[in-house]
Design a protein around this ligand. Structure first.
Ligand code: TSX
Ligand code: MN
Length: 593
């Protein structure tokens, strides 16, 4: 590393002068470096060795109990103009934010090692990929970044070649929730994060760079940085369609990305290939289609609920070389969480397990693992030009009203469907359970700029020559009167994905309704499913009166973003509302005539 980029060296020197570490370590990303860090962390107690017979190369990290999740109220977008951050972000003036953060960083690395982590988000030779450098005093961050990004020498070489990179400065600090901030300076391509060691706050390549900063960069560069999984569906003819899908939390994104087809489909030769489970960067190619890459190199997945029943591929993926964070442990030192068979003896805080203390594993406990370990890892996941998208799927947890699947009429309608996304809350962590929370494109906590400008940017992709993916909305979580889920979900979701692909290929007529196109009778392949006709009718019913209320609520929601909301989106909302009114009038009109 002789000809280090001058701007990088200067920044590292400045940070070292401010934070005053005992030493500086430039990460090369090698296996040797990884092993040395693991050994060191085993000695300090930062890592605990798990059962190496059952889980070779697996370790447990226990975080501070006050530091187990992202902190939205302490996350800021610091643009010069407050309006640019939008009502969807917390804002602070850049000068104030820098002053506040630099005071916290002053001397914070004394006696510690400062790690310099060059990383690349996306395949190292991809024109869609972007690089960054994270400076941190946390070895836990280093080993996680090695799994989650392309870290080390090749990234540094690309940075030297390109000359630009996102600057991320992180310190664990004293883990005082009163002295914890995650600051983004999109105009400076800079992130400053202090006082948390938790993934989303500390692994700056992920949410901070690949979503908040990247979404801002993407707006001016003509691409999209989205909170989406990417999955390839291979049909028996050997043709693969790629689908990107956005869901709010607790909808099973990782499960969908690693789906196992129902038995009949497997027999017929259907296969599912995982490209990504959380983030999708996409941009129009020369042929007008949207091409997508997964900027990440690993999965930072929620452990609880991951089981042989919900996601056998994930279980295989994490059988070796995995870092577990805040899970419980069994008597024979295996990682454990709610949903797995067996019993825990030690909870996520290292206490003897006592149900009176709550769940054994923290509900937000995680695994960090290389994406390549997934049995369904796509052979095209590292294609430099990305994979072409056939469909974009939005979804949410909607116990009533929203049908199993519908297709947007066109791109602008699809953008409205994404903007209107909402989900019923599940975890009691943030307020009421079972209330509808809007989360446009699942980007509410991650869009690095004003939602109105964001929707305008989405709409701009519909231009001459564009061959855009079709946009769909799904709801795996519809409930019956008795409160039971109507749709079996999981592997059977492939039946819905197959219908989408038929629509893309022009092989399914569908039924036009005011809210979009639904599967016509017989178009959903339901062989081998015990789904009675009444349940299917409910899943595919469009309740006009209910949807009129929904469109009114969507209209109010759009207006809450003020005059930066594109007129085209209001017009789209009015068009659907009018179509519902017309349909409601139609039977009466027919009676009158
Ligand atoms: O991940 C889920 N998916 C997507 C799978 C590819 N989950 C789990 C959500 C929590 C993260 C689901 N839960 C899905 C789903 O499609 N559907 C449901 C609801 C459901 C739960 C249990 C059953 C059925 C549906 N069980 C039985 O019918 C036996
Ligand atoms: Mn996510």
């Amino acid at each position: 590393m002789s000809s280090k980029l001058e701007a990088l060296q200067r920044w590292v020197d400045e940070v070292a002068a401010l934070t005053r570490p005992a030493q500086i370590h430039w990460c090369d990303g090698s296996e040797t470096e990884y092993r040395q860090l693991v050994q060191q962390m085993l000695q300090t107690g930062d890592l605990i060795e798990l059962n190496q017979q059952t889980h070779p190369g697996c370790y447990l990290h226990r975080s501070n109990p006050s530091d187990v999740a992202r902190v939205e109220h302490l996350t800021f977008v610091c643009t010069k103009d407050e309006e640019d951050a939008g009502p969807n972000n917390h804002w602070m003036a850049p000068a104030d934010a820098h002053a506040k953060m630099d005071a916290l960083f002053d001397g914070c690395m004394e006696g510690r090692t400062m790690y310099v982590i060059p990383y690349c988000m996306g395949p190292i030779d991809s024109p869609l990929a972007r690089c960054g450098v994270e400076i941190t005093d946390s070895p836990y961050v280093v080993i996680n970044m090695r799994t989650m990004t392309r870290m080390g020498a090749p990234a540094l070489a690309r940075i030297e070649r390109e000359g630009s990179f996102v600057k991320g400065l992180h310190s664990t600090g004293e883990l005082d929730p009163e002295r914890r901030f995650i600051m983004h300076f999109p105009e400076e391509l800079t992130i400053k994060s202090y006082g948390s060691g938790y993934g989303g706050n500390a692994l700056l390549g992920k949410k901070c760079h690949a979503l908040r900063i990247a979404s801002y960069q993407a707006k001016s560069e003509g691409w999209l940085a989205e909170h989406m999984l990417i999955v390839g569906i291979e049909n028996p003819k050997g043709e693969t369609h790629y689908i990107a899908a956005a869901f709010p939390s607790a909808c099973g994104k990782t499960n969908l990305a690693m789906l196992i087809p129902p038995e009949g489909y497997r027999k017929d030769g259907w296969k599912v290939w995982t490209v990504g489970d959380d983030i999708c960067w996409m941009r129009p190619g020369a042929d007008g289609r949207l091409y997508a890459i997964n900027p990440e190199a690993g999965y930072f997945g929620v452990a609880p609920g991951t089981s042989d029943g919900t996601n056998p591929n994930a279980l295989s993926t994490i059988a070796k070389d995995t870092i577990f964070t805040n899970v419980a442990v069994t008597a024979d030192n295996q990682p454990w969480w709610e949903g797995l068979p067996g019993t825990p003896v030690t909870d996520w805080q290292g206490r003897p397990y006592d149900p009176a203390n709550g769940p054994a594993a923290h509900p937000n406990s995680r695994f960090t693992v290389s994406a390549k370990q997934c049995p369904t890892w796509s052979s095209h996941a590292e294609d430099a030009q990305g994979v072409p998208l056939s469909a974009i799927v939005f979804g949410g947890r909607r116990p009533s009203l929203v049908p199993l699947v519908f297709e947007a009429k066109d791109w602008a309608h699809g953008v409205l469907v994404g903007a209107a996304m909402g989900s019923e809350t599940t975890a009691a962590a943030t307020g009421a359970v079972g209330v509808l929370r809007r989360d446009s494109m699942a980007m509410k906590p991650f869009a690095g700029y004003h939602y109105g400008d964001y929707f305008r940017h989405w709409l701009s992709f519909d231009r001459p020559g564009a061959k855009l993916p079709k946009i769909f909305h799904v709801n795996w979580f519809r409930k019956g009167e008795d409160g039971r889920f109507l749709w079996p979900g999981f592997g059977d979701n492939l039946r819905v994905l197959e219908w989408m692909i038929q629509r893309v290929e022009g092989q399914a007529a569908g039924v036009d309704t005011p809210i979009g196109t639904l599967p016509a009778k017989g178009e959903l392949q339901l062989d081998g499913l015990a789904l009675d006709a009444h349940t299917l009718d409910t899943l595919l019913h469009v309740d006009h009166a209910g949807w009129q209320d929904e469109l009114a609520a969507i209209g109010e929601y759009l207006h809450s973003f003020g005059d930066r909301m594109p007129q085209q989106l209001h017009a789209e909302q009015q068009r659907v509302a009018q179509a519902l009114d017309d349909a409601a009038d139609a039977p009466r009109a027919a009676l009158a005539s």
